[in-house]
Design a protein around this ligand. Structure first.
Ligand code: PRX
Length: 646
């Protein structure tokens, strides 16, 4: 690991919201007396009814309960839109950059207000009320932000499903949330290719009973089927809707959104985030981590289908009255310079992306970057997976011209916002380290028995106390919430990540320690891919593990045992890849499939994934103890046939 240190420049320390001394003082306050610290920070948003209670949290086994600002009332749309009208109604709220470089538009806060109110009235006209769940399956168009804020305005709970998920995945999320309304578009557009969103919704609709209305935004104008009595063109409904819509007063702990995410076992779970604490935390982290100042142009390249898009394209930036850029396309279309062309076109100051994007651009060399100016850039950010020091250095040197600090932000869908990250005016950076905790965040490293380790160490990452952006429950299954996050190490939030802490107290995230893999920054449960594979009639058993992949970070490696009599052909391998894409979505495509006549199992029948992981990693020499296997010979066979042996 790199131990190179990039100190904070004098200029940065001077102009940033927080320098090192302020970070240390504020951090000490935040953990000494969280209620008084957050009591002050809570005032950064407007409240319809002010809170008197700040924190009421228990991590006690079997009785986990998390409440922040619980007797306050507010509304997220009020904070992200209305409160800016008096001071910056004509400022650009959203810069939208289309997939086609000739298509872009600027949306002011005043226009955003009109659009959100109109959308909210359309929702109401279709029976949406406070507490109802609305599923959003949209491409990266401004309507995605309008729809989110419209839900917030009327008190509905949105559940966004990423456009890369299949009809089956969409159906199970609609069903779990019991959504009566889905918002989609005719088609999406990515890299010049059309994504059949409405057709996917049609296929999903056949599998669920709860769906009553599909609102369809016109994006490409492609021909699609509209079902009488269920499907409604959004533009036609909006033409009749008023641009005046009062905000619904929401209790701080009323849910704002559900977002389904993968875990070690079972189906993806609906992570529940609530209103007050989430917004305070998203806004505060956005201001300090990105050192956001009024007038800055800020661009997060995520999709609103992921938590990064929720907190750092929409809610955090808009709560802060920022100008946030929303990009419909991909980094390589129409050319591999696209990111930097967009930076120059809109004079982007702050740029936030994922290591997988950096690695894939890095593979194309420096020239496509260097031929652009990027003079507007001041700060770079990274999120979603560990960034390897080589990619960090390239990002710093080639993209940032040795001028822009990099904030490597560690967080999760569950955490709502960034928990560990440098602050650019306060924290010296080390390539590959997420560095130090944000205010109020108390990371600890524990060993397998839960003993808290001191000083430099390596182990599992837990958080000892709550922060306002923390998820509150798993939708409809509080028991699962408690078991997943609070049972492994009682009285602590378990992140599922491993980490190392160095002598400077810096945290280095080493990746997941559970059966979750991180493919191009997308989180995938190995169990989900396995159950998709075994659903194929020719497959009898499957075991899926991650393996190191140069661009994606981790690739999906599937060991598949076929039904007796089935032939392990190349054609079947392809068929299985297509099958998984259909079952879950393209993001779950296995990179390598190895046909295995047998899998290594203990005598009690448990698959030993540790061994499968080692074989996939080509670490044949360190398989560990194989003597407890029911049939140790299986392992030699797997090694002999390791797919694409390198
Ligand atoms: O393993 C960590 C990794 O991504 C996981 C969370 O994934 P998800 O809920 O999809 O949220 C991603 C965007 C916030 C974590 O458990 N991860 C995220 N950011 C980093 C990271 N690993 C290392 N460094 C990071 N900066």
């Amino acid at each position: 690991m790199s131990e190179k240190v990039y100190p904070v420049s004098g200029d940065w320390a001077k102009r940033a919201w927080v320098d090192q001394a302020k970070y240390q003082a504020m951090y000490a306050d935040s953990v000494k007396d969280p209620a008084s610290f957050w009591g002050e920070q809570g005032k950064r948003i407007d409240w319809i009814k002010p809170y008197t209670k700040v924190k009421d949290v228990s991590y006690a086994p079997g009785a986990v309960s998390i409440k922040w600002f619980e007797d306050g009332q507010t509304n997220v749309a009020l904070n992200c839109v209305d409160r800016h009208l008096a001071t910056r109604g004509d400022q650009t709220a959203i810069i939208w950059e289309g997939d086609d470089p000739n298509e872009s538009k600027l949306i002011t806060y005043r226009q955003l207000h009109e659009e959100v109110c109109r959308f909210a009235n359309v929702l109401k006209a279709h029976g949406v009320k406070k507490g109802d769940r609305v599923t959003i399956y949209l491409p990266m168009i401004p309507e995605a932000a309008y729809a989110m804020l419209a839900c917030a305005r009327v008190g509905a709970i949105h559940s966004i499903v990423f456009g890369g998920f299949s009809p089956d995945s969409l159906a199970s999320r609609i069903e779990d949330a019991a959504s009566a309304v889905v918002i989609t578009a005719d088609e999406g557009l990515r890299g010049g290719r059309k994504v059949p969103l409405k057709a996917n919704v049609d296929a999903a609709a056949d599998k669920v009973d709860c769906l009553k209305t599909v609102l369809v935004v016109r994006r490409t104008g492609g021909s699609i089927a509209m079902k009488e009595g269920r499907d409604v063109w959004y533009d036609e409904a909006a033409a009749k809707a008023s641009t005046d819509c009062p905000v619904e007063p929401m209790n701080a702990e009323d849910p704002l959104f559900l977002l389904y995410t993968s875990g070690s076992t079972g189906k993806p779970k609906g992570v529940v985030h609530t209103t007050g604490g989430y917004l305070v935390y998203a806004a505060m982290t956005h201001q300090y981590v990105f050192d956001y100042h009024y007038g800055d142009v800020y661009w997060c390249t995520a999709d609103v289908g992921w938590v990064t898009g929720h907190s750092y394209i929409v809610y955090g930036p808009l709560a802060n009255g920022a100008t946030t850029l929303m990009f419909e396309g991909i980094p390589t279309y129409p050319s591999i310079s696209r990111f930097w062309d967009v930076v120059d076109k809109h004079k982007v100051n702050i740029f936030y992306t994922a290591p997988t994007a950096i690695r894939s651009l890095m593979a194309a060399g420096e020239e496509p970057v260097k031929k652009t100016s990027r003079a507007s850039l001041r700060l770079l950010g990274s999120v979603g997976e560990p960034i390897n020091p080589e990619a960090w250095e390239w990002y710093y040197r080639v993209v940032g011209d040795n001028r822009c600090p990099i904030v490597d932000t560690w967080w999760q869908t569950e955490t709502g916002g960034i928990l560990i990250s440098p602050l650019p005016g306060a924290t010296a950076q080390k390539p590959g380290s997420a560095t130090l905790p944000f205010f109020g965040v108390q990371p600890q490293v524990v060993d397998a028995e839960g003993k808290v380790l001191e000083g430099p160490c390596e182990g599992n990452l837990v958080i000892a106390d709550s922060w306002p952006g923390q998820m509150r429950t798993v939708y409809g299954d509080h028991q699962r919430f408690m078991e997943t996050y609070f049972a492994t190490y009682p009285n602590k939030y378990f992140t599922g990540d491993g980490c190392r802490r160095d002598a400077d107290g810096y945290y280095w995230i080493t990746g997941r320690v559970d059966d979750v893999i991180n493919v191009s920054g997308h989180r995938m449960g190995t169990a989900e891919v396995e159950s998709a594979l075994v659903a194929h009639p020719k497959v009898s058993e499957a075991a899926v593990v991650g393996y190191p992949h140069d661009i994606k970070g981790q690739g999906i490696y599937a060991y598949v045992t076929l039904m007796t009599g089935e032939e392990p052909t190349e054609a079947l391998r392809k068929e299985l890849v297509t099958w998984v894409r259909k079952e879950i979505g393209p993001i779950a495509s296995p990179d390598l499939i190895q046909f295995a006549p047998g899998l290594p199992k203990t005598r009690s029948g448990k698959i030993m994934r540790r061994i499968l992981r080692k074989i996939a990693e080509d670490e044949f020499g360190s398989l560990g103890d194989t003597s407890t296997l029911a049939d140790p010979g299986v392992v030699n066979d797997l090694i002999d046939n390791r797919q694409n042996k390198r």
